[in-house]
Design a protein around this ligand. Structure first.
Ligand SMILES: [Fe+2]
Length: 256
């Protein structure tokens, strides 16, 4: 099994596009399809031909190029069982605990409701790659459009159970503003302070903050740290449940 090759690029204003390519078979998947032209540009630059779209959720900024790319390449679109009727051109649905094969690479699927009711994440266990889309961001998590804080916390815990050295690709370049918010929740966290400075330098060079790792998120992302004593003291929530602390952090972010 050859190592997968990845190509990351920006779409629309702050959506990440990602192509996953297996050099042996030539199979190439787009993780979501936010915008046609940047995806075509990345394919051309690499000399790859698109074979699959792996859809995480139904929001227009994740599916808007589905039909155009299907027409151009005849791709197979695989997406969430619980949002199938809202995914243009979907060929195969998959739900929680499901898995399938991509050019000899296993892909496990986790349903992570919260941002949308049927959002799924794709995990490549042999490659230690997670595509978390709008569930988990660098230093953030998705807004709760169709779910409760308790649902989102349960979804994030599924992802936190994966190995710490998992490489995580996420849906939006929100990291710099997420860092500013994170510092208001976890101001004593030295790893977070250092990371926020690193992020400022990366963005000043106009480079992307993706990918991240699960280890770094567990150390610095306040949405994964409701159990942390420092955060609990700062929020004056020492005796609350993790889900309650998570809900408070999410509420503060909505008003940030
Ligand atoms: Fe979304």
């Amino acid at each position: 099994m050859a190592n997968l090759e990845l190509d990351l690029f920006l779409c629309r204003t702050d959506n990440f596009g990602v192509l996953v390519h297996d050099p042996e078979s030539g199979a190439t998947a787009s993780i979501d399809a936010p915008e046609e032209q940047p995806i075509l540009g990345a394919l051309k630059r690499r000399g790859w031909t698109l074979t699959h779209i792996l859809t995480t959720h139904h929001h227009p900024d994740h599916v808007s190029a589905n039909l155009a790319l299907k027409e151009a390449f005849g791709v197979t679109i695989i997406g969430p069982e619980n949002e199938a009727s809202k995914i243009p051109g979907i060929d195969r649905t998959i739900g929680d605990g499901g898995h399938f094969d991509f050019a000899g690479h296993r892909i496990d699927v986790f349903e992570t409701p919260g941002h949308t009711a049927g959002h799924i994440c794709f995990y490549f266990p042999d490659d230690k790659l997670l595509f978390s889309a709008d569930t988990l961001f660098a230093l953030g998590c998705g807004r709760l459009f169709e779910g409760t804080p308790a649902q989102m916390w349960a979804s994030l815990q599924k992802l936190m159970a994966l190995p710490d050295d998992t490489t995580v690709y996420f849906g939006h370049e929100y990291t710099q503003s997420n860092a500013r918010f994170a510092l208001t929740i976890d101001p004593q966290n030295e790893a977070l302070k250092k990371r926020a400075a690193d992020i400022d330098a990366i963005r000043a060079r106009d480079e992307p903050t993706a990918p991240t790792t699960l280890r770094l998120e567990k150390q610095t992302n306040p949405f994964l740290r409701p159990q942390d004593a420092g955060i609990r003291a700062h929020l004056d929530m020492r005796d609350a449940t993790d889900a309650e602390v998570f809900a408070e952090i999410r509420k503060r972010k909505d008003n940030f």
